[in-house]
Design a protein. Structure first.
Length: 104
């Protein structure tokens, strides 16, 4: 199972609006240089959702890097299970209809 790992991306943006990722910062703060990147279009990620996908060469391996234009976040597929969803709180009445303010 894989999980989404949100990363910081240093990128070069051309005058035409073309984006070229240059470096990523992994969740533990380690930098990885991108030696080559190729935009392949919108793709589904193994971890979660879909987004604009770049195939990046990092340390002689081709890995996908995703960008979501809706959230403005970059992510990659990481190993392990993701964080579990938070458990919903039980219903709690906000307004007590029998409440009367104290008299002054």
């Amino acid at each position: 199972m894989s999980r989404p790992v949100f990363v910081c991306v240093l990128l070069e943006m051309g005058a035409s609006g073309a984006r070229h990722p240059l470096r990523i910062t992994w969740e533990d703060g380690v930098y990885y240089e991108i030696t080559h990147s190729n935009f392949v279009g919108r793709r589904a990620a193994r971890s979660a959702g879909s987004g604009e996908c770049w195939i990046c060469r990092i340390a002689d391996k081709d890995v996908p890097l995703y960008y979501s234009p809706l959230t403005g976040r970059w992510w990659m597929d990481g190993k392990g299970d993701g964080e579990p969803a938070p458990t919903p709180e039980p219903y709690r009445r906000v307004k007590d209809r029998n409440y009367t303010p104290p008299e002054k």
